[in-house]
Design a protein around this ligand. Structure first.
Ligand code: MC0
Length: 137
């Protein structure tokens, strides 16, 4: 079902500062930036290799998933995202195993992807995202 680790999402207070840190430490390149109002984040994708990324996430408000996470736990790993071929199919197969889906329908994710989140309490404490990458033109 899973094709790859698509990205690791990292919550931060200051996106520009963390972009500089990751660029400097690991010589990564920013390949996309986006404001996602629905998810309440400003984010940047830094390519690690192939189709796997570090995603840096700054909340748009304290009352957003990443804002609440920062208040409760501080900066750090917020979620792990797995690449799948068909996100609706993967959601259905995972829901059948009793895992709570946080999204009823796939939503818009970075770089034109379709995404869905799984409840962290049903995945060993790890907020998990499924990602179907946008079709390459
Ligand atoms: C909360 N919990 C977490 C967690 N956030 N555990 C692991 N990792 C996290 N990131 C734990 C809490 O500590 C709590 O445990 C329990 O889950 C329930 O939390 P809650 O009180 O319901 O807290 P809320 O209201 O902040 O909701 C958490 C929840 C929410 C995961 C349901 O953040 C959510 O729906 N997230 C999905 C959307 C999202 O995260 N979007 C931002 C990234 P205890 O033991 O205290 O009960 S958007 C993104 O990444 C896009 C742009 C993309 O990739 O393309």
């Amino acid at each position: 079902m899973l094709l790859r680790i698509d990205h690791v999402g990292i919550a931060c207070h200051d996106l520009e500062e963390k972009i500089r840190l990751f660029q400097e430490l690991f010589e990564l390149e920013v390949v996309a930036r986006e404001v996602n109002e629905e998810q309440g984040v400003k984010e940047a994708m830094l390519r690690v290799a192939g189709d796997s990324y570090i995603q840096l996430l700054e909340p748009l408000s304290p009352d957003s998933p990443v804002g609440r996470f920062l208040a409760r736990r501080g900066e750090g790993v917020h979620h792990v995202a797995f690449g799948v071929g068909d996100v609706s199919d993967a959601m259905g197969r995972i829901a059948e195993k009793g895992v709570r889906l946080l999204d009823e329908q796939p939503r818009h994710g970075s770089m034109g992807s379709s995404i869905a989140f799984l409840h962290p309490k049903d995945v060993g404490g790890m907020l998990t995202e499924l990602v179907q990458a946008a079709k390459r033109k």
